[in-house]
Design a binder for this molecule. Structure first.
Ligand SMILES: Cc1ncc(C[n+]2csc(CCOP(=O)(O)OP(=O)(O)O)c2C)c(N)n1
Length: 658
């Protein structure tokens, strides 16, 4: 039952008191060198967070706690022992010591695991709230952000998405007047951030957030209204950060008179005085209670201190969740399909047989996407499964992450993979680290139409698998033949990890092939030897795979060589065995790709092969890529820039002559 219904000032005080005492103890442990990283205390923010969270229902609602919200975890039912264990990084740390501080969560209980990047969790809350409501719960989301965090792009993108889609998320600004050492006057120009609500066509309000009962009443009214209207809301809760940004910060930049004024409204003693003055408890009863709470804090924190430390050899170092086959689909076949049609068939098949699958992206609904990969899907499945998103790559990738955390299987379309760079924090930092830090699965497919050869210029032609390959925790799938567009896309959707699915635009309508799906979903594991050979192994994918085939056909006879061609299909995790076996046979390796060579997939593969089978090589392995410049626009320039069959043939000849 929500706490406010119990009129529980005393109970709310308990959480405020405990939070402050726990954080004092943590700061002590930090100063003793026992807690590492830092401690960012919520001193001054307690009434805001306790008042707001007390109105939620942890059974149905969703929220993200930030660095000042220790009390929120207590309300949500996380024990003091576990909170200390995470700070101390003992064997019961929620992230197995992979993260510290308050960076954890329990997604299955609506508590989204925290990432540091300010603003990044807001769209996660929007997506998670959407998912819970889709699952039939009357959920609302509490999306918490500080005054500084309101300057981020995700703040805008997530409010806009929630407003346009009608998702009841309370954007709760804990305005404690400072962002690290930056005062509000240097952060934004307006006097009241909630006035921005008008710009989104939603409601907003500003309240003073030092009196916990008042916060609870105000938020409760708003939350009740949101549950019936389904609309988001912006609430600015004004308070003051009563200590430094973190344990190491003396906050000498804070004007003393300003601090002293706000100290008179310190929410913890304020709530206590009210309890005593209203006769809810007598002074001596309060002292007894506080002693009891102190003993609990001592007991649990000491237990956490005495618990075994993390053992590096017994924790999981995997970055990928093991995918369990929990679904089979009916068989499907299609004839003479282009790659785009194969994608369309795979999406249709998943949507038709699994209500957990849904698509989001720009212009994917009625219009079917610029390449028509989602053609007619909106007509058949409607807004429940095919959602046009505002133009906000970071926002909608964050939305997809939140929905995935709640058990759905989102498929995101990037209009052009080039624009995915706007969502790097969400894709790489948030999704990519998810399994490692939480031990939970995160099924999420992001379709990435990329590559050049179409005279689209520097911003619509990039092939970015190399960029994403540098981050751990992302699977990279790059199909080269029509059958794989279908089977690997289903394999991606039913993988329990974030997968980037690269669709080479040059091939979109240039290939034809048949699809025969038996119903068994392929795991993302195996490369394929396209053509056997003895004198050279060439690994290539996407459009380059077909350029390599043409080049090999042109030179093989003339050079009296037999060349093996490998289609890797999945770039990460990479099938080292298939390539190492091939190189052990042919003694030469050429890798060709369309993305840049520096810090690339090709250079990573070559260094791996050197480590594994160096003594099998008769010549230095070669990487053939475009030059290290942006993709040029004019066809004459792009022709020179991009590896083609002639330049690949010359490279083959050079390598074979070594
Ligand atoms: C995107 C991003 N930039 C910078 C930081 C470093 N940083 C951590 S907390 C903080 C200040 C945050 O201020 P505010 O949002 O007002 O929250 P408060 O600390 O006051 O609770 C900064 C700059 C970060 N975590 N994320």
């Amino acid at each position: 039952m929500p706490l406010h219904e119990l009129n529980a000032l005393l109970r709310m005080y308990k959480y405020m008191y405990m939070s402050r005492k726990c954080e004092d103890r943590l700061i002590e442990l930090y100063r003793q060198g026992i807690v590492k990283g830092t401690v960012t205390s919520g001193e001054g923010n307690e009434a805001a967070i306790v008042g707001a969270v007390s109105t939620l229902n942890p059974e149905t609602d969703v929220c993200n706690f930030m660095q000042r919200d220790f009390a929120g975890y207590l309300i949500w039912g996380v024990s003091i022992y576990h909170l200390f264990s995470h700070y101390i990084a003992n064997k019961d740390s929620a992230t197995q010591g992979k993260d510290g501080n308050v960076h954890h969560g329990i997604p299955e209980r609506g508590l989204l695991p925290m990432v540091s990047h300010l603003g990044a969790m807001l769209p996660n809350v929007v997506g998670a709230t959407y998912a819970r409501r889709k699952q039939g719960k009357n959920s609302i989301g509490l999306a918490i952000i500080g005054d500084g965090g309101t300057s981020t792009g995700d703040f805008h993108e997530s409010i806009n998405i929630a407003s346009v889609l009608g998702i009841p998320v309370l954007f709760f600004i804990e305005n404690n007047q400072w962002a690290y050492s930056t005062p509000n006057s240097l952060q934004f120009k307006c006097s009241d951030l909630s006035l921005r609500s008008a710009g989104y066509g939603i409601k907003g309000k500003k309240i003073k957030a030092t009196d916990v009962s008042l916060v609870c009443r105000e938020v409760n009214d708003i939350v009740q209204e949101m549950r019936s209207t389904g609309e988001p809301f912006i609430l600015q809760a004004d308070t003051y950060r009563l200590s430094g940004h973190a344990a190491y910060d003396k906050a000498e930049y804070v004007p003393a008179d300003e601090l002293n004024t706000w100290k008179r409204e310190d929410p913890v003693p304020m709530a206590r005085s009210k309890i005593v003055s209203e006769g809810i408890q007598s002074e001596s009863e309060m002292q007894n209670l506080e002693e009891k709470w102190d003993r609990k804090i001592d007991d649990e924190s000491n237990r956490a201190l005495q618990a075994e430390k993390i053992n590096p050899s017994s924790i999981g170092w995997n970055v990928f969740a093991e995918t369990k086959p929990d679904i089979t689909l009916p068989p499907h076949s299609g004839e003479n399909l282009t790659p785009v049609q194969a994608v369309n068939h795979a999406l249709h098949h998943a949507l038709a047989h699994d209500s957990n699958v849904f698509l989001i992206g720009e212009d994917i609904g009625y219009f079917g996407g610029p390449f028509k990969a989602t053609k007619d899907l909106f007509k058949e499945f409607g807004r429940g499964q095919v959602i046009d998103m505002p133009l906000a790559e970071s926002g909608f990738c964050g939305f997809a992450i939140g929905a995935s955390e709640m058990g759905l299987r989102p498929v995101v379309e990037m209009q052009f993979s080039d624009f995915s760079t706007d969502a790097i924090t969400q894709i790489c930092v948030n999704a990519g680290t998810f399994f490692f830090r939480t031990g939970r699965r995160l099924p999420l497919t992001i379709r990435m139409p990329g590559g050049g050869g179409l005279s689209y210029g520097p911003f619509h032609s990039e092939d970015l698998e190399g960029l994403y390959g540098t981050f751990p925790g992302l699977k990279l799938v790059y199909p080269s033949v029509v059958e794989d567009y279908f089977s690997l896309l289903l394999g991606s959707i039913y993988d329990d990890n974030p997968v980037l699915f690269f669709e080479n635009k040059f091939l979109h309508r240039r290939l034809r092939g048949n699809v025969t799906f038996t119903g068994e979903i392929e795991r993302l594991e195996k490369a394929r030897v396209h053509k056997a050979g003895d004198n050279l192994t060439i690994l290539a994918y996407g459009a380059m795979f077909h350029e390599v085939i043409a080049a090999v056909q042109a030179v093989e006879k003339r050079l009296d060589a037999s060349i093996e061609i490998i289609d890797p299909r999945i770039l990460k995790p990479f099938d080292w065995d298939t390539l190492a076996e091939s190189v052990t046979k042919t003694h030469r390796l050429l890798v060709v790709h369309e993305s840049w060579g520096a810090c690339s997939i090709g250079s990573w593969i070559i260094s791996g092969i050197l480590e594994k089978v160096f003594f099998e090589l008769d010549a230095p392995p070669m990487l053939f890529t475009p030059p290290d410049t942006p993709v040029p626009f004019a066809p004459e320039l792009e022709e020179v820039y991009r590896p083609g069959r002639e330049s690949i043939a010359e490279t083959i000849q050079r390598l074979l002559s070594m």
